[in-house]
Design a binder for this molecule. Structure first.
Ligand SMILES: NC(=O)N[C@@H](CC(=O)O)C(=O)O
Ligand SMILES: [Zn+2]
Ligand SMILES: [Zn+2]
Length: 437
């Protein structure tokens, strides 16, 4: 297997503001931050990046990405998804297991891992399936996947809920023994038969079958109790309701080890978007109401929701540009996540840049146990970084995205901030939007 990606040369990142604070120069030698200070001189042959006062953050960590390889390489590959990640400021992504074939064994998880290494733009960590074939019956060989080259750290049947409580209980017990994390797609399937939209006045008016909040919340509550009894940790994927926020708060107050993520789209968009019946707005869980987005924003600011995860879900044109009820659920997310966090959290004053580093990088790295991601920007630390120009706005043009798919709900919208550079252990993976393969 090839060596991990490392920077070989020197990079001087001039005039940047770590965490939005005082302007400094940052000298990177090899894969490490070697010096931080004012007016540093570049060693001979060093590449110079002029930050012009941009904000320097630790590289982002996405706990929830769909890369579609193996099986749907027409919609995304590990390479194209890695490029999208680098452009979004990401230095690590967790690739969900709902591929074809399903990543329910070490052969597949190790292959995804190795391909990610070969591409070398971002650390690709495969997520293993909890159950064989995502069928919800028989536990997958989690131990084999955890022991393989990929050292799988997170398991999820995402796309589908592990709805059988006995299977979930066993999975939690097994995961505790292995020291790995179970991430649940919380959806009680008996409550979402045929559902395509949030159950509420909008779906009723549009004649769309509704997915009630209780379908998510009942599983969150159940899994919190199962985790309590198993002495296990549980992570909640794509929290979408105000009630989920209350349940996570409650569970944590009981001492239950529960963590939760929220997507940029559930912070920004509501079901009012469905008025056009455009399939691009179909996603699981569905876009909810303003009372939910407000509660999710507040919870992310307070730390009740731990982190942002994109749920980047590429889909082919023919699977999205069709009748709303048959459109596949899912939206692109990697290239627009940070600007949406700026829009929904930084601009309204809910998070400062330290807070952005926490929800985009530090907390996700801690939740899943990545020792060299989400690290402080300090001498001796890995040069795994994202550079953000908070004032450079850009318009989302689907054809300009690095992803192989085009299903962004933000087409034509102006994003308030630009990720101008990404570094992975000293290697520039993206500069001014140009991916360095
Ligand atoms: N979020 C989605 O709407 N779709 C995801 C699956 C999932 O995250 O549940 C996908 O794989 O397309
Ligand atoms: Zn899901
Ligand atoms: Zn997902």
């Amino acid at each position: 297997m090839s060596d991990p990606v490392i920077g070989s040369g020197a990079v001087l990142v001039r005039r940047v503001r770590p965490y939005g604070e005082d302007e400094v120069d940052v000298l990177v030698l090899g894969e490490t931050i070697a010096e931080i200070g004012a007016g540093l001189t570049a060693p001979e042959g060093a590449e110079i990046i002029d930050g012009r006062g941009a904000v320097l953050l630790p590289g982002f960590v996405d706990l929830h990405t769909h890369l579609r390889e193996p099986g749907r390489e027409d919609t995304e590959t590990i390479a194209t998804g890695s490029a999208a990640a680098a452009r979004g400021g990401y230095t690590a992504v967790f690739a969900m297991a709902n591929t074809d074939p399903v990543a329910d064994n070490a052969t597949i998880t190790d292959n995804v891992y190795r391909t990610g290494r070969e591409v070398g733009l971002v650390d690709v960590h495969p997520v293993g399936a909890v159950t064989v074939g995502l069928k919800g019956r028989q536990l997958a060989e989690m131990g084999m996947m955890a022991a393989g080259a990929a050292k799988v750290k997170m398991f999820s049947d995402d796309g589908i809920c592990v709805d059988d409580p006995l299977v979930m209980r066993r999975a939690l017990e097994y995961a505790t023994g292995l020291g790995v994390l179970i991430a649940q797609h919380a959806e009680e399937p008996r409550l979402t038969v045929g559902a395509v939209a949030h159950e509420g006045p909008t779906a009723a008016r549009l004649g769309l079958a509704g997915w009630p909040r209780a379908a998510e919340e009942s599983i969150v509550a159940r899994d919190a109790l199962l985790a309590r009894d198993a002495g296990a940790r549980i992570h909640i994927c794509h929290a979408s309701t105000a009630g989920t926020v209350e349940l996570v708060k409650w569970a944590r107050a009981q001492g239950i080890s529960i963590t939760a993520e929220v997507t940029p789209h559930h912070l920004l968009l509501t079901d009012e978007r469905l008025n056009t019946y455009d399939g691009v707005n179909r996603v699981n869980p569905p876009l909810r109401e303003e009372s939910d987005t407000a509660a999710l924003r507040a919870a992310l600011a307070e730390g009740v929701i731990d982190c942002v995860a994109t749920d980047h879900a590429p889909h082919a044109m023919q699977d999205k540009c069709c009748e709303f009820s048959v459109a596949r659920p899912g939206m692109l997310g990697l290239e627009t996540a940070l600007p949406i966090i700026v829009d929904t959290m930084v601009v309204p004053g809910l998070l400062d840049w330290r807070g952005v580093a926490r929800v985009m990088s530090e907390r996700p790295a801690q939740i899943v146990g990545l020792p060299d991601q989400g690290r402080p920007i300090a001498v001796g630390e890995p040069a795994t970084l994202a550079l953000v120009d908070p004032d450079r706005a850009w318009e989302v043009v689907p054809d300009d995205l690095a992803s192989r798919s085009r299903n962004t709900p933000y087409q034509g919208m102006t994003m308030p901030a630009t990720i101008t550079a990404t570094l992975l252990r000293g290697r520039i993976t993206q500069l001014d939007g140009q991916v360095r393969w």
